[in-house]
Design a protein. Structure first.
Lengths: 347, 347
DNA sequence: AAACATTCCGAAAAGGTTTTCCTTAGGCTA
DNA sequence: TAGCCTAAGGAAAACCTTTTCGGAATGTTT
């Protein structure tokens, strides 16, 4: 038999019209104005009346329709999160931080993945604007600057991870240079002097920045980089293995390798094991990203650099939420990284 | 100098009131009714008039306020995605699939992470309902059944990855048993007969299911599992290493190891390398999850089981969107897995 | 020229909530 | 008892769009 439209069963109740404030007011025997005030604790309403309203609301399982409230207030209580690689590793912590910061209050997160496609991004942007998001966080897939999402956006925009090319915009990025410097300093601190650097593609700003940090720390210590230049390649374990072999063949006295990512570091560890070298006894190894499954799954566990992306996301959201009322401060803000020391450098 | 409220500069324009349909209509010299029809291509409106309206809309950069439209239609054009481990590996592909399915049309995704906290989940649920989501996808962090999100939800709910304990609900889960069977069959097909199984905690349904699949395939071939029982432990590389050592010490003639996850498989590979065994010559190894960075970063690359979570997410969203108009079909639907063959089994 | 059909446009209601006054009733003071 | 004040509740506007229905103007037919 076909489903009735008004049974008590599961799918049927679904179609029931949701109760409105009018229903609550009628049940409590008051006007909708009074009902509204009672529910929101605003205005002067007699305690007895208020209780009646609350009971009535409870009874019909009243849920205020935020669509109506939003229409009135002109705000949706929503922030749009425009990401470009959901699958990637960097959007997620940022997303969590943003969700964290906004979820506590009245804000929710509307998610869009542009998949790196500009057309798609423009479309998503239009949708989000049409939905009257109160603000926008744009997350890049790498730290290379990206074009501004548009100059005439009627809501504040914060760029996270990848900064905007426009100095008018507000961007939050991790301090990759500092991270490279810090982790190199850590190696210097534990007495390493023949330090090599293996990292990702040279045309990634993240790789270049980290390499610059490494160079700065070594320069300050008056030491050269083993092989003089970083080995640029790919963000993969395979490249880590290859590059480590290259380094060790040419410079067997290398006593530390700074890697541009945890994945590269894993490859390097592999190559070192293959040669029966002791880590960190013979060669210390460091990663970058503090990608948990890689950094703590390895043997030994990796000393690495944590960019604190969740904090970055939270800050981005907080800044954005503040910017809904106050003007947004333009410019690029860099967030410090921190070195997480584990057994790959601390014997 | 303090920022003016009406300059042409960036932060100033932000505060400008957004143009409404009324503005467009006034500029085009028509009524708002006509403007609406012209913009939406509905009703009979003269081409010249329509053009005037379109030009006017363009001029003031009109973006329709979906809040108003939604209030009128009673639908928000939004689906809520309630996840429980954003950080985890399984929510993301599902999220992508859902976003994919809904993004094409008029639907957007409202994201909430309950972080595994029931209180928090109830709160998020209330918020989503208040925002009048048209439907809900609930994503679990593992395949263990989870309590229904509530019986009196006024919108359709689809459970993805983790099924609901209530048979009244609609759930979509990967076929872990089938996956275990398939990958074991693959090993049998390439001639392996002494097969061991190393997997995660016994109280994870995913581990138990996969083990059951392995047992079924071996049973059908009339073969015992090496060591008779699966080695349950943790979803970590460390456990993979430990367990592989245990197996090989006790059963040196083992010629294949089915692992419950790619991480475990990585640990197993490590242990095999340590013993200078050839993979897959001496021992073939398989993973589970097809987690790209693990499965293709290893040496050799891992044969593994792909649960096609993105498809699962897309199906969940499609089913949900369909359910907004039609009744939702209850029950648990399992989605087949597929074996991805790589060098760890194909010499 | 009258009746009619067709085409195009506009007035108004609806959707659910919040907020701003305004009204009413009761209590208080002089 | 008259005047005033306060507390409590209600009417109605506002938010913006969509849609229905009716009206006006033009063109067509007898």
């Amino acid at each position: 038999m076909p489903a009735q439209s008004n049974g008590g069963s599961h799918p049927a109740t679904r179609r029931a019209k949701r109760p409105t404030l009018r229903d609550v007011a009628a049940l409590a025997g008051v006007s909708i104005a009074t009902a509204s005030k009672a529910l929101n604790g605003r205005g002067a309403v007699h305690p007895d009346t208020r209780d009646r309203v609350l009971v009535a609301a409870e009874e019909v399982a009243f849920t205020p329709n935020r669509l109506a409230r939003n229409l009135l207030s002109g705000r949706s209580g929503t922030i749009g999160l425009l990401t470009n690689d959901l699958i990637g590793r960097f959007s997620i912590p940022i997303l969590m931080g943003a969700e964290d910061a906004s979820g506590t209050g009245e804000m929710s997160v509307l998610l869009c993945d542009a998949r790196g496609d500009a057309i798609r991004e423009a479309h998503q942007l239009k949708t989000l604007l049409s939905r009257r998001v109160d603000g926008l966080i744009v997350v890049g897939s790498d730290t290379d600057p990206r074009p501004s999402v548009g100059e005439k956006i009627p809501v504040p925009v914060v760029y996270a991870y990848a900064p905007s090319t426009s100095p008018e915009d507000c961007s939050l990025v991790p301090d990759n240079i500092g991270g490279g410097r810090q982790v190199t300093q850590h190696l210097l601190d534990i007495g390493r002097t023949r330090i090599a650097h293996i990292t990702g593609p040279a045309d990634f700003l993240a790789a270049a920045d980290r390499a610059q940090g490494v160079a700065e720390a070594l320069g300050a210590a008056g030491l050269p980089l083993v092989g003089d230049r970083p080995l640029y390649g790919a963000w993969t374990e395979a490249w880590g293995r290859t590059a480590a072999d290259t380094i060790l063949d040419r410079f067997p006295d290398t006593d530390a390798i700074v890697c541009g990512s945890d994945q590269v570091a894993r490859g390097v560890l592999d190559a070192l094991h293959e040669r029966d070298l002791d880590i960190p006894g013979d060669v210390a190894v460091t990663g970058f990203d503090n990608w948990d499954v890689f950094a703590t799954g390895s043997r030994p566990r990796l000393t690495t650099v944590d960019m604190d992306l969740e904090l970055l996301g939270r800050l981005a959201a907080e800044r954005l939420i503040r910017a809904i009322d106050q003007p947004l401060d333009a410019g690029i803000t860099t967030l410090p990284c921190r070195v997480v020391v584990r057994e790959s450098t601390a014997g």
